[in-house]
Design a protein around this ligand. Structure first.
Ligand SMILES: O=c1ccn([C@@H]2O[C@H](COP(=O)(O)OP(=O)(O)O[C@H]3O[C@@H](CO)[C@H](O)[C@H]3O)[C@@H](O)[C@H]2O)c(=O)[nH]1
Ligand SMILES: [Mn+2]
Length: 362
């Protein structure tokens, strides 16, 4: 499905052997690999995949001074892949995420499930208690207004994880052994296992968007999928995807589009170091107590009819309201504007094509 309309974006500092396991599901698709860190390092990509590879030299060459909005030494760099893609849909996955098995032991084609999620409507304006009404075997329950059963366009499909859940560092530290195990025998101390559901996140509700297993309609919401400035030279890390998720959800709510979470699961294999993560997350853990009420308070003017306009309005509000919390948010607001300028430069009709990347380009 959508093999000529979807790009798979992978941020990496490692070799991409994990693709071997995904080959049956990914081989038909074009990959955009964003190599972070040292550009002189050679990344091995398994043969048979059609890909373009961009390292930091490419990003600097293509964006020039605007490359300042793309993070360095942080997975946030992945958003460069969204910008250079020319496809309608994006799927992004981390290189330590593998094919998971469902409770019947069947391998999960995460990409196929994301595509189903994106191609079927969402229900952000009225919650369906039987979850996804468009799924085989489900439907709208009694009392669901018929006038609302067409649903809304789906902009984002947020997948989940078996084995290593996406916990923040403090949670990782207090629950070192907890794994969302593939073994389905009980009793288990685990709060969650494999929950067989896809839900629309209601309008007006924010959510913690993880970039590990994420798909979205790039033509719809791409300009808002800026993974905020993290990593090298920044006072914060591991909040890139969170920042994007808050901006995206506020804009989707304004535009009347849906955001889904739930299936598909991937198998997240690597727990990153909780102490390193704590240092990266430290500022985010208390800044988010200011940022969340800010996003909850945002109402975008009705004159904002495009995602770009919404995003620039958000950047203005971030500068005004969160700039008082810490100067970092002034830098971030500037990065948000630069991102839109770079997006327009690469994606407007007369925009320049991203120059030939340095990887194999079948
Ligand atoms: O400097 C870096 C570090 C890593 N990457 C690539 O990014 C992904 C995620 O890296 P990793 O799996 O090591 O880290 P996690 O803690 O599991 O990632 C979670 O935190 C989010 C980062 O904000 C991420 O979306 C979550 O999954 C891998 O592909 C690394 O190769 C990088 O590009 N640069
Ligand atoms: Mn990981």
């Amino acid at each position: 499905m959508l093999k000529d309309e979807l790009d798979i974006v992978i941020p990496t500092i490692r070799n991409l052997d994990f693709l071997e396991m995904w080959r049956p599901f990914f081989e038909q698709y074009h990959l955009i690999i964003v190599q972070d860190g040292d550009p002189s390092k050679v990344i091995n990509i398994p043969v048979g995949f059609d890909y373009e590879l961009y390292n930091r030299n490419d990003i600097n060459r293509i964006l020039g001074p605007k490359a300042s909005c793309i993070s360095f030494k942080d997975s946030a760099c992945r958003c460069f892949g969204y910008m250079v893609s020319k496809k309608k849909y994006i799927y992004t996955i981390d290189d330590d995420c593998f094919v998971a098995k469902d409770p019947t032991g069947k391998e999960i084609n995460a990409l196929e499930q994301h595509i189903k999620n994106l191609l079927s409507p969402s229900t952000p304006h009225f919650f369906n208690t039987l979850y996804d009404p468009y799924r085989d075997g489900a439907d709208f329950v009694r009392g669901y207004p018929f006038s609302m059963r067409e649903g809304a366009i789906t902009a984002v499909s947020h997948g989940l994880w078996l084995n290593i859940p996406d916990y923040d560092a403090p949670t990782q530290l207090v629950k070192p052994l907890e794994k969302n195990s593939r073994k389905f025998d009980l009793p288990l101390r685990l709060p969650i296992l494999y929950v067989d559901a896809v839900m629309t996140i209601p309008k007006g509700t924010l959510f913690p968007m993880c970039g590990m297993n994420l798909a979205f309609d790039r033509e719809l919401i791409g300009p808002a999928m800026y993974f905020g400035l993290m990593g090298d030279g920044q006072p914060i890390g591991r909040y890139d995807d969170m920042w994007a998720g808050w901006c995206v959800k506020v804009i989707c709510d304004h535009m009347g589009w849906g955001v889904k979470t739930g299936l598909p699961y991937i198998w997240h294999s690597k727990a990153s170091n909780p102490f390193v993560n704590l240092k990266k997350e430290y500022n985010g853990i208390f800044w988010q107590e200011e940022a969340i009420p800010f996003f909850q308070s945002v109402t975008l003017p009705k004159e904002c009819t495009s995602v770009q306009q919404c995003y620039l309005e958000l950047a203005k509000l971030v500068r005004e309201k969160l700039g008082k919390v810490d100067p970092y948010f002034i830098t971030l607001a500037t990065g948000m504007v630069t991102w839109i300028e770079a997006w327009e430069e690469l994606n407007s009709a007369e925009g320049t094509e991203a120059e030939a990347p340095n990887g194999k380009n079948e």
